[in-house]
Write a protein that binds this ligand. Structure first.
Ligand code: TXA
Ligand code: MG
Length: 333
């Protein structure tokens, strides 16, 4: 007799009923995959240490890498941080929330050391996605949520990517493909100025314009220590990556490899590489293309970082880290 296999895929349409179920899972100490405008997150109640531990376990995330607390209102965000910083937070929130901007601020005493990885600060963001906001409201409390990938791999930009990494048992609300495709800008916010810990689509210029405060980047090693997560290898496919600057260097790289290679480049320059397997090099497409290269078992991904691309700081940051060119140490997870 033919056997029938039922596969229990937990990718759920974001109907009111399913958002209510997801909220109930969170309230009872479970974890839920949620769409945001940047990448998918893996959410748990921020104030339930048992639930937060499940996030670290599911991702294989090092315990010294803190999580972002996602809120649905500025009022919720204010309860997470010290009162002295409320005005500055509200100013930034008025311009940038909901949106791809995460503020790291001195944390209120009740925020658990598990979420902040023992740091005196907490990262807070209001995502610009109706499903994420409804889920947080349904949960009745802010949620801690890192990107919903296995630690070290490219962040998920579809619900299917989440399943690939975390398996079929996670309840995921499907919001389709994420609009932005790379993670939020993370900035340390103090009364004296801001420090960008992770570049994103919100730029240093925008932050300086809004606040009138100096804005620096975490380029030097001392400041890097302030954001533990940036030490680890991130965003990396299994396939080796090689970053080059010219079409000529792409051809030399191809000549060295006999097996199938993917060339990742802006679509404008694709006509220069007829007959090759090409991948689209934009913020929106990057992580999906890195995962496609893994699925196709190509021998190498050659990335053309031309002059235009060099100006895209956030994209260049992800590429350098994915290629292993910009990591102080590797997580090995
Ligand atoms: O767009 C995003 O930010 C996505 C979506 C799901 O919201 N989330 C995300 O989370 O990228 P995650 O955990 O993959 O990256 C958070 C980054 C890490 O590099 C972490 O080290 C840093 O933010 N971070 C979190 N809390 C921090 C803190 N208190 N101080 C310094 N860095 C912090
Ligand atoms: Mg991440």
């Amino acid at each position: 007799m033919a056997s029938v296999h039922y596969t229990c895929l937990m990718i759920m349409a974001p109907t009111q009923e399913n958002v209510v179920s997801a909220g109930a899972i969170l309230r009872s100490g479970g974890i839920v995959g949620m769409p945001t405008e940047t990448v998918y997150g893996l959410a748990a109640r921020y104030d339930d240490d048992g639930a937060v531990r499940k996030i670290f376990e599911a991702k294989g995330r090092p315990a010294d890498n803190p999580l972002i607390v996602h809120v649905a209102s500025v009022e919720q965000a204010k309860t997470m941080v010290k009162a002295e910083l409320h005005m500055l937070m509200e100013l930034l929130a008025a311009h940038l929330w909901p949106g791809p901007f995460t503020m790291v601020l001195d944390k209120a005493d009740h925020v658990s050391d598990l979420v902040s990885a023992g740091l005196p600060t907490v990262a807070v963001r209001m995502p610009n996605h109706p499903v994420a906001l409804r889920l947080i409201e349904e949960c009745g409390s802010p949620v801690a949520a890192p990107s919903a990938n296995t630690s070290g791999t490219p962040s998920p930009t579809t619900a299917e990517h989440v399943i690939e990494d975390l398996g079929k048992d996670v309840f995921i609300l499907d919001g389709g493909s994420c609009l932005i495709g790379i993670e939020s800008t993370v900035a340390l916010v103090t009364a004296d100025g801001l420090t960008i810990l992770r570049p994103g689509v919100v730029t240093a210029e925008t932050l300086a314009q809004i606040t009138g405060l100096p804005v620096s980047s975490n380029a030097n090693a001392d400041q890097r220590i302030a954001s533990p997560g940036t030490r680890y290898r991130h965003y990396a496919p299994r396939t080796p990556m090689k970053l080059v600057e010219t079409a000529g260097e792409v051809r030399s790289a191809l000549a060295m490899v006999e097996q199938k290679v993917m060339v990742l480049a802006r679509t404008d320059v694709w006509p220069e590489f007829p007959g090759l397997l090409m991948g689209s090099l934009t913020e929106h497409d990057l992580y999906a293309e890195l995962r496609r290269a893994d699925d196709l078992h190509v021998a190498c991904i050659v990335v053309l970082c031309d002059g235009v691309l060099k100006g895209q700081l956030a994209l260049m940051n992800r590429l350098r880290k994915a290629a292993g060119e910009d990591n102080d140490e590797e997580a090995g997870t």
